[in-house]
Design a protein around this ligand. Structure first.
Ligand code: NAD
Length: 277
């Protein structure tokens, strides 16, 4: 079976660099889809309370018989649960739905700076980590000012910041800030969510032709070779397998540079500073 490289987080725990994301995976289909992903070889699953499919993820894990310590499971605190007791209760509900007594990584899903509860929520995540309900803690969609407050007011450095990130929105500044502080970057929407023709970009087409790979495989390699943690989503077993078969070739420095040049600050999702959900 393909061996996925692991990245060591700042707390010493290791995360498989390639995983499987389940945003918009129908709760009724989640067990089957995650079972397919586990059969293909994925061992890192990225879900969230708001996706409504933690139960299906848990069912697939239970059915798989894969030893718990070979799996890496991430879930996230939803915005309306930010706070202290509300965050503890939300984490307990996530664990119950997943059928686990501990997750590998728990994230604050969005900073929602307008609510001004993300620092309080972070201090609660520190407690949840100390209690053993999660091995690692991190954030998602945090911009530099949000990270700076957490670094100043908390006592644990977030293990990761999960950000919208793909060749057209490459997040160079936050990647540099993360590298400076030991915060690993995870990419959401790594394939641009299929919302624009990322795969039609010449640099991606050229690299795909040169390596006999698909454009999706080239984009996943670009993430991996940039040290980014990535978990593309697909409901299709064939595409899941395609997205996992990315360890048989390597992009050259020139190919990486050509794909880097696609960056034009083009988001496909919401700007975290403006989120109101
Ligand atoms: P993605 O970039 O992974 O795109 C998924 C879409 O790409 C699929 O629906 C499919 O249409 C297409 N696709 C997948 N594989 C393909 C292939 N081989 N060839 C052609 N098309 C292909 O977008 P995503 O699902 O939004 O992001 C990945 C994961 O990131 C999510 O499932 C979720 O776990 C996480 N996420 C987190 C946040 C956050 O706010 N933290 C937001 C969105 C997503």
């Amino acid at each position: 079976m393909t061996s996925v490289p692991a990245i060591q987080l700042n707390d010493g725990h290791r995360i498989p660099q390639l995983g499987f994301g389940v945003f918009k995976v129908d709760p009724d289909e989640t067990e089957r889809i995650v079972s397919d992903a586990l059969e293909i070889g994925y061992r890192h699953i990225d879900t969230a309370a708001i996706y409504g499919n933690e139960k299906g993820v848990g069912a697939a894990i239970a059915k798989s018989g894969i030893p718990r310590d070979e799996l890496f499971v991430t879930t996230k605190l939803w915005n309306s649960d930010q706070g202290t007791q509300s965050a503890i209760d939300a984490m307990d509900l996530s664990l119950e739905k997943l059928g686990l007594d501990q997750v590998d990584l728990y994230l604050i899903h969005w900073p929602r700076p307008d609510l001004d509860r993300y620092v309080e929520s972070w201090l609660t995540l520190e407690q949840l980590q100390a209690d053993g309900r999660t091995r690692s803690i991190g954030v998602s969609n945090f911009h530099r000012p949000h990270l700076e407050r957490v670094l100043a007011e908390g006592s644990v450095v977030p293990a990761v910041d999960q950000l919208e990130l793909h060749p057209a929105f490459a997040q160079r500044e936050l990647r540099a800030f993360g590298a400076e502080h030991g915060i690993h970057i995870e990419a959401w929407g790594p394939l641009g969510q299929g919302k624009y023709d990322l795969f039609g970009e010449q640099a991606i087409q050229d690299a795909a032709a040169a390596h006999g790979a698909t454009p999706a495989q080239v984009v996943i390699r670009w993430h991996l070779q940039n040290g980014i943690i990535v978990f593309p989503k697909s409901n299709s077993r064939a595409r899941m397998a395609e997205n996992f078969e990315v360890f048989g070739f390597e992009l050259s420095a020139a190919e990486i540079a050509a794909i880097d040049a696609i960056d034009r600050g083009q988001r496909v999702g919401t700007n975290p500073d403006e989120a109101t959900f």
